[in-house]
Ligand binder design. Structure first.
Ligand SMILES: Cc1cc2nc3c(=O)[nH]c(=O)nc-3n(C[C@H](O)[C@H](O)[C@H](O)COP(=O)(O)OP(=O)(O)OC[C@H]3O[C@@H](n4cnc5c(N)ncnc54)[C@H](O)[C@@H]3O)c2cc1C
Length: 340
């Protein structure tokens, strides 16, 4: 690990000022950043500890929405009475991630920004990774690409500086995408909010730019709109082990039912793209339809439209389609107490 300075910030404006210094990084739970520093992937010159900024509350707002401070721990969020009762999809997604010990450290802001688990990104002995070393190419295209993207990737060949088939590994992000959250950030130029769908970036021609966050900006909160899917929600996660493993594919499904028909839907997939893959078209296809295998299968086809696999991950396309049908079916049967 390289030497670095450590600073404990006690106020948001001081944290933002320190965070704007060249090479500085915010430190929240440290469960991703410190690992990446040990691997030599990240080498910040200063760590600005933001754990004492008072951003650890979950608050109900008068318009029915809920504001989650950036420093709320994943375990506290999953168990919070408002989240468990009104947003079980988020609670389920959080509880499916990592381990209890990690969830006790991991924060909302850090989870939003956790970096890809692509082996060629996290292992610096591989020379080609456009994320880690812009312009170096992509070793995953011809490598062991079992956990990689099937949607939204850039593939112009292993040598291209634009190629990237990594995925976003977060479970929380998938639920937040389906719930249509917004992200509140603060920087030297003031505050702004970013719709969830615009926060994470697909690789496009610049795979090393991962989010809409500016380097000096601090995430202060995430806001969830008034709850629609409390009664009918299901987070499905398919993985190699039943605990302590990232998703091969995951599906966050929420339904608002009325008179036997879908009144509104939230549908997002994880493990398939470099951002949580919300399919607004698939959501729309469900509107006014009964909760039936036919309408769910149609939504799955729409959500996976254009999917393309590689040597080791083509199985994900069918797996994701089945996952969508199963998650919607289980959501339509009612949120289960045991999964929240
Ligand atoms: C063994 C293991 C298994 C795991 N399994 C899963 C899993 O199954 N599912 C899953 O979803 N996750 C999993 N994780 C990942 C874990 O959820 C993340 O490491 C965690 O959420 C990151 O949060 P943190 O607070 O520790 O972030 P940190 O490591 O402190 O920070 C991560 C990044 O976010 C930045 N940052 C943090 N907070 C802010 C802020 N408020 N504003 C601006 N920038 C900020 C930091 O500078 C850093 O770049 C696993 C991790 C490990 C180690």
């Amino acid at each position: 690990m390289n030497p670095f300075n450590y600073e404990r910030a006690s106020a948001t404006d001081a944290a933002i000022k320190s965070g704007a210094m060249h090479g500085a990084k915010f430190l929240a739970g440290g469960t991703n950043l410190v690992d990446l520093m040990k691997y030599g992937v990240e080498s910040p010159t200063t760590l600005v500890d933001i754990n004492h900024l008072g951003l650890g509350d979950v608050t109900s707002l008068t318009d029915g929405s809920v504001r989650i401070g950036a420093l709320v721990k994943n375990s506290d969020l999953a168990d919070h009475p408002i989240i468990k009762s009104q947003y079980p999809l988020l609670s389920q997604a959080l509880l499916s991630g990592a381990s209890p010990q990690l969830r006790n450290m991991a924060t909302t802001g850090g989870n939003l920004l956790q970096r890809t688990r692509c082996y060629y990104f996290t292992d610096i002995s591989f020379p080609a990774c456009n994320k880690r070393m812009p312009g170096s190419g992509c070793a995953a295209i011809k490598g062991y690409n079992r956990i990689h993207a099937i949607l939204g990737q850039t593939d112009r060949g292993p040598e291209s500086k634009e190629t990237c088939i990594a995925t976003n590994p977060s479970d929380m992000n998938v639920a937040m995408a389906a719930l249509d959250a917004t992200i509140e950030v603060e920087g030297a130029k003031g505050k702004r909010t970013i719709p969830f769908s615009e926060f994470h970036k697909l690789p496009g021609a610049t795979p090393w730019i991962e989010t809409a966050l500016h380097p000096d900006e601090l995430i202060v909160a995430v806001t969830l709109p008034p709850a629609r899917f409390a009664r009918n929600a299901y987070y499905l996660k398919a993985r190699d082990r039943n605990s302590y493993a990232f998703a091969l594919i995951s599906v966050a499904a929420g339904l608002e039912m009325g008179d036997g028909q879908v009144k509104s839907a939230g549908l997002a997939l994880g493990g398939v793209a470099l951002k949580p893959w919300r399919s607004v078209e698939a959501e729309k296809s469900l509107l006014g339809k009964p909760a039936s295998p036919e309408s769910f299968r149609q939504a799955a086809e729409i959500a996976l439209h254009g999917a393309r696999g590689y040597e080791h991950n083509s199985f994900k396309i069918e797996m994701a389609k089945h996952g969508v049908v199963r998650a919607l079916t289980l959501a339509s049967m009612g949120t289960s107490e045991t999964t929240a």
